[in-house]
Ligand binder design. Sequence first.
Ligand SMILES: Cc1ncc(COP(=O)(O)O)c(C=O)c1O
Length: 427
Amino acid sequence: MTCPLDRLTAALARTGMTRFFGRLFADYPDLLMKDQTVEAVGPDRRFKLAGRWVTNFGSDSFLGLDQDPRVIESIERGVRGWGSHNGSSRAFSSVEPNVRAEGKIADWLGTESALIYPSVTLANTGALPGLLTRQDVAVADQFAHNSIDEGLKLAKARGVRTAKFAHNDPADLRRVLAGLRPYRHAVVAVDGVYSMSGALPPLAEFRRVAAENDAVLYVDDAHGTGVLGRQGRGTVLGALGDYDNTLVVGSLSKAFSCLGGFVACPRAVRDVLRLRSNPLIFGGPVPPAYLEAVCTVVDILRSPEYDRLRAKLDANVRHLVAGATALGLAVLGGCVPIVSVLVGPDEATLRAGRFLFEAGYYVQSVVFPAVPHGSGVLRIQVNACHHPGQVDGLLGALAALHRAAPLPGPDAGVLRFPAGVGEAIPA
Ligand SMILES: Cc1ncc(COP(=O)(O)O)c(C=O)c1O
């Protein structure tokens, strides 16, 4: 006799996505490079995974600040000063490092204020529904991050009408907004950097369409924070020159290597979001020690050292993109330290990841649903702290892979991924 929980679990195991992954796990147990345990982290961006020391090209700590002694020291100091956690929702109180970190983020970006959430996912699922009421609408790029989708679903559950527009396509945005009339206000949500392809959105055109259609532009720049723009201020300021009619979401977990996310915005917006973001009211905050570390990272980004880190990071990205292009591979991205190489079918993508792993290099094998069906990619995350020799080593392994099992050529990348992929490599 089974209990309802057993029957529920069995029923869930038969649903689409669970069945898809179940089959993948069963068919390719030795290939799947997912759910592995990292057993140790060493110097030089090397780590021990599944019993093997490899060079890690799968980390979004793009500046290598996860291993920076100043960041680590800030966390230690924060724990000594504040304990492991401040056990209170911010609806009641915030520790001083939280207020200080928000002030420093706003100062660095040049916005009136900033509001820190425990993650970007919680920022999107808090701020998006928080910004909208039932007279309003929300639209998102079809490839926007899952957490934007989840934020829109919550808004929809409260009566907000939602829709998607074609990836990086301002004309389609205009068409979709026209179809949703009449509405009071709209929010247009896009990623600042598309994290699977490295593509950037046409922000200036999006903002123009938004302004003409009673809409606010909302940019989730999780992967641009710290790695694009002057002092790492991200995608928005470089593309738009100011923050007019634009809300910026940034990550404190990726290049920052701390924990959390933020919305940078005018003070009046912050005041409203504080009262209308359920994850902030009903959930706990980022621990104080990590907020101390956020303050330290802002200081690093604003110091002359940042340009040196960025120069190393950009040189590594250019080196990898030039080398992979010369091999005749379909290289996606190139503006940011996420560089994807198209493989195609799921099994071939998983096998390719395994091949590189055996050669001593860890990259992420990304298959559906993170990318369209049959468009699996090797997602390579470049680091400022990779030595050029490590990039050469990875290129050598990619060349060996291409000889052993030929990969698609450059034209295939443009065909598989719509507009915005493969922009010019920064000079
Ligand atoms: C655009 C975007 N938004 C949100 C997230 C999730 O961020 P977090 O881990 O802080 O929830 C990611 C993670 O990759 C992302 O790429």
